[in-house]
Ligand binder design. Structure first.
Ligand code: PLP
Length: 429
């Protein structure tokens, strides 16, 4: 496979942009080699600048649940652009997108749009602090909630792939208000609440973790979070930036039948354009300016093009049998992977939820970040490159979710399983 043009462009980019990338997850630090520059994508496939074609399981890290360049999304965005790209004043596009979210996510009666998941989690946390008058936040080891100072502590995939525990430049006073517990660990949550309960403003959790690789929460863990926060007068924030409208139309909260106080969304709701949102009850959202005392604003927030593309995506998901179909595709891929590794006698644990999965080269179940870290990363790097050579583009880190879209065909899944069979022969995990 020739990748000379990607290499040349990466050399040029590295002189202009740190590491040649605008987000570290794109840098291939965990697997080695040269990131590919992508020329185009259509459906489940992408083509790099040297003309190589791949089945894509990154899908822009989650937004593209319909696949690349879906005609309904392109048309919605193009139509919106014809009438102007941004006004800094309200548009009908925002009403349509907000009502899709309010109708789709049961715990959300009112929502505010922002421009990224990071902005949304940061604002959700500020809202929790405003509403409770407390400062402390409890998050989980390996949970990534964007790069806000208070949340960039033991933050999973991107940071773990870089081999740095935390970031430099974090305001240590803010970070010291962040408590950490292992994911899926009920006892740890209960003992932190016993010690700090009345100081905790909120717990923030990915109800299906995607940033230590895919690790679904167990029901008891979610129930404990709900009970502990309610008892202590703290708020429960579900970060559904990945899981919202993916693991089910109603998000992970509909699967766990749990009602968070604040829900954070992103990715899918922008249809491939920059977006984030946070929402909750009307009473809680009345703290947000201009209704209340918590200030939060944005020049491009609720951008009409992003709103139009996101609404087209959500309407298509809502009005079709999308999630049953996506679940079936994901299940087939996960089971195919498990069979391949069983036959090849390679130790592997395949974790999945609708539309997302991760293969961990581990010989026991992966339930938290410590388990993920103890998986075999060298085996993953070999596997990643062996798959790439056969035209399958996986996330370049052992701690990331592979994203399955509705555009992935039966043939794509069969080809991926066949490629894994071949790749597994090069592993001695
Ligand atoms: N929350 C979760 C669960 C995420 O996976 C991400 C990004 O991957 C974020 C928040 C931050 O979103 P963004 O990258 O749009 O800032």
């Amino acid at each position: 496979m020739r990748t000379e043009t990607s290499k040349r462009l990466h050399r040029a980019a590295a002189r202009l942009i740190p590491g040649g990338v605008n987000s570290p997850a794109r840098a291939w630090s965990a697997v080695g080699g040269n990131p590919l520059f992508i020329a185009r994508g259509y459906g489940s496939h992408i083509t790099d600048v040297d003309g190589n074609d791949y089945i894509d399981y990154v899908c822009s890290w989650g937004p593209l649940i319909l696949g690349h360049a879906h005609p309904a999304v392109l048309e919605a965005a193009a139509r919106a652009m014809e009438t102007g790209t941004s006004f800094g004043a309200p548009t009908e596009y925002e009403n349509r997108a907000a009502s899709l979210i309010v109708d789709g996510i049961e715990s959300v009666a009112m929502t505010r749009f922002v421009n990224s998941g990071t902005e949304a989690t940061m604002s959700a946390m500020r809202l929790a602090r405003a509403a409770t008058g407390r400062d402390m936040v409890l998050k989980f080891d390996g949970g990534y909630h964007g790069h806000d100072d208070a949340l960039l502590v033991r933050a999973g995939s991107g940071v773990a792939s870089q081999g740095i525990a935390d970031s430099a430049g974090i305001n240590s006073k803010l970070a010291s208000d962040t408590l950490i517990a292992p994911y899926n660990d009920v006892d740890a949550v209960e003992s932190l609440f016993a010690e700090y309960g009345r100081k905790i403003a909120c717990v923030i959790v990915e109800p299906v973790a995607g940033n230590m690789g895919v690790v679904p929460a167990n029901s008891e863990f979610i129930a404990t979070l709900r009970a502990s926060t309610s008892a202590a007068g703290a708020l429960l924030i579900f970060d559904e930036v990945i899981s919202g409208f993916r693991v089910a139309y109603g998000g992970a909260q509909s699967l766990y039948k749990a009602k968070p106080d604040i829900t954070v969304l992103g990715k899918i709701i922008g249809g491939g354009f920059p977006v984030g949102a946070y929402g909750g009850s009307a009473e809680l959202m009345s703290h947000v300016a201009p209704l209340g005392e918590m200030y939060q604003a944005g020049t491009l927030s609720g951008n009409p093009v992003a709103m139009a593309a996101g609404s087209a995506t959500l309407e298509l998901l809502r009005d079709s049998n999308a999630h049953a179909d996506l679940d079936e595709k994901t299940r087939r891929l996960a089971e195919g992977m498990e069979a391949v590794f069983r036959e090849a006698e390679v130790s592997a644990c395949v974790n999945s939820a609708c539309g997302m999965l991760t293969v961990f080269f581990a010989d026991s179940p992966v339930r938290n970040m410590a388990d993920a870290l103890s998986s075999n990363h060298i085996a993953f790097s070999r596997f990643f490159h062996a798959m790439l050579n056969q035209g399958v583009y996986l996330p370049p880190s052992p701690f990331e979710a592979w994203f399955v879209s509705l555009a992935h065909s039966d043939e794509d899944i069969e080809l991926t399983i066949a490629a894994a069979r071949d790749a597994s022969s090069s592993l001695d995990a």
